[in-house]
Design a protein around this ligand. Sequence first.
Ligand code: G1P
Length: 274
Amino acid sequence: MIRKCLFPAAGYGTRFLPMTKAIPKEMLPILTKPLIQYGVEEAMNARMNTMAMITGRGKRAIADHFDISYELEHQIRGTEKEKMLADIRDIIDTCTFSYTRQAEMLGLGHAILTGETLIGNEPFAVVLADDLCICEGEGVLAQMVKLYNEYQCSIIAIEEVDPSHTNKYGIIAGEAISEGIYRVHTMVEKPAPENAPSNLAIIGRYILTPDIFEILRQTKPGKGGEIQITDALMEQAREGKVIAYRFRGKRYDCGSIDGYVQATIELYEKEKQV
Ligand code: G1P
């Protein structure tokens, strides 16, 4: 059973400056909820209840968000507005949150390794909150947990991207074992289109087996001089221990202005219909 979900949330969010000077990018709202809350709700939908946050300087708002605000709750008790806190209250009542800081930005692989102290020796999920995934029915992580239970190895979510965009993603190639499911044999971090092994891009959802920590400790800096989770996963893939899954649902790249605005508009339209 997978109980823990890791949220690397130490990045600067420079694409949203000056907005992200004093507010973490994970706290950017889509309608009335911050991005990271969507990620936590997706983890809960996959029956996880232990949220491990990798934060950094200037990220205290995240810890405050997932905590009780007595003054506020006292103020609105018994009013119409109380129901607006119902979801976050449920999260606080159901989940445990723990935090550790990544002191230096040495890459996503390094951020995940920083989380070892919160995860320990068990399989766990990773959510990159700026990839917002909206699904009818089961969330992406819940879909991935089912595959984990079947294959007992690391699982990564993928989608097809325009071949000219391969340099924005980790790209995989593998053998299709059934519809939308691949056993990965190659992974490359952000290859130029002419070097990409396919157009199947990794999106920000992973289930990782805990041996990844030891592999990450041995992983040398790769693309951009950073320790890449893609390179560490390639070690597992060499042994046939990575499954890629083309998930059911839609991903918005809320790390970019275009994706963020599109998510806001589409979720707003959806909510209006309810
Ligand atoms: C990270 C990963 C990349 C993956 C992407 C998904 O890149 O390194 O392999 O495709 O997340 O969002 P980043 O977007 O943090 O540069």
